[in-house]
Design a protein around this ligand. Structure first.
Ligand code: NAD
Length: 339
């Protein structure tokens, strides 16, 4: 399947000229990003003659979803946040496919346990204690992976944490911690590893966001802000790689609830006892009570590996219940005044 992403300028309105216009020549001034999915290399239309300067622009990329990495045997997969939950399940799933696995986490005990599980599957494993907030540490992780295995084929930016509260009341430390792990951890992973992925004949990036990265949710603003950011940066990354290194695929993992150790109000190192406002406390209680109802990490990992093999961008395990919210959200965007 080919997804054609084309920057075009189909409007012909002369009513108003946008200050942020990308075009100086046409009467149609507001850019529209058209994302057209077709079953097989079907590109609906060409850029308008009104905006020839946009032809071949950065947006005019075909994303060749037919490129696949069906064979994971002997590939090298790096997984952050692998000491628990989805990251551990990803490490095990890659190992079960015969991949060599590099696992990273701040939790050295959890990391050791995952290493044992991966070894028990007969796979080679390199465990590197790593704080993804630290760019140098992630650089060292990449260096260790390359030294051990000579290359990296799959990068899973998966480590994540969450803090709860009213967005305006949460401490700067809480905001910073969540953004540092969930957003900067992904940025560091891309900066340290993508140059090495590009050097492979085929490679793949998996960024773990969440349904919280696609839809609104109260009392976890640092989490939703960071996860929306991961959605945005993954979309940009996908466009960039489509233009410069189309042999590197991108998958955006946005699970609904998953039964892991993750707490919606993850204790922050050095943070005090939990002190949530009533709404947040009620939501935390609800999420904790329902925790075991989520998808298994193994099911999420299996869906992710399928997406890597088939080079699919969106993976939304256990997210069916949220589709109505997503739809209503998009409809509200589309219904907003645009003049
Ligand atoms: N569990 C869910 O319901 C759910 C839903 C959607 C998305 N997610 C996302 O999935 C990812 C994995 O979460 P999980 O549910 O497996 O949680 P988890 O708590 O079981 O695992 C997260 C891991 O990240 C590690 N980590 C935290 N800070 C780190 C840092 N600075 N550097 C390196 N590692 C660090 C933790 O030690 C832990 O081992 C997260 O990004 C999370 O936001 C989880």
């Amino acid at each position: 399947m080919t997804t054609s992403v084309r920057f075009s300028n189909p409007r012909t309105s002369t009513k108003k000229r946008s200050a942020s216009s990308w075009s100086d020549t046409g009467t149609a001034t507001e850019p529209t990003l058209l994302i057209m999915c077709s079953s097989f290399r079907c590109r609906a239309g060409r850029p308008s003659a009104r905006a020839p300067e946009l032809t071949g622009s950065l947006w005019d990329k075909e994303i060749d979803d037919r490129r696949t990495m069906r064979e994971l045997t002997d590939r090298v997969a790096v997984v952050t946040g692998a000491g628990s939950g989805i990251g551990r399940a990803l490490a095990e799933a890659f190992a079960a496919e015969g991949a060599r696995v590099v696992i990273a986490d701040v939790d050295e005990t959890g990391l050791g346990a995952t290493a044992e599980l991966v070894r028990a599957l007969g796979a080679e494993v390199l465990a590197v204690p790593t704080d993804v907030r630290d760019a140098d540490a992630v650089d060292r992780l990449a260096a260790r992976a390359l030294a051990a295995f000579g290359g990296v084929h799959v990068l899973c930016n998966n480590a994540g944490v969450s803090r709860m509260g009213n967005s305006w009341e949460m401490s700067v430390e809480d905001w910073r911690w969540v953004l540092d792990v969930n957003l900067w951890g992904v940025v560091h992973g891309l900066r340290s590893f993508v140059p090495h992925l590009v050097a492979q004949p085929e490679a793949h990036v998996v960024n773990t966001s969440s349904m919280g990265g696609l839809m609104p949710a109260p009392f976890i603003a640092p989490y939703t802000a960071s996860k929306h950011a991961v959605v945005g940066l993954s979309r940009s990354l996908r466009l960039e790689l489509a233009g410069t290194a189309p042999h590197v695929g991108v998958t955006l993992l946005c699970p609904g609830a998953v039964a892991t150790a993750m707490d919606p109000n993850t204790p922050r190192p050095g943070g005090g006892p939990e002190d949530l406002p009533p709404g947040a406390a009620a939501l935390a209680e609800h999420v904790r009570a329902d925790k075991d109802q989520g998808a298994t990490p193994g099911a999420v990992a299996a869906a992710t590996l399928d997406a890597v093999r088939e080079n699919r961008f969106y993976v939304l395990p256990n997210a069916g219940d949220f589709l109505d919210v997503l739809r209503a959200d998009f409809e509200a965007v589309l219904a907003a005044p645009t003049d």
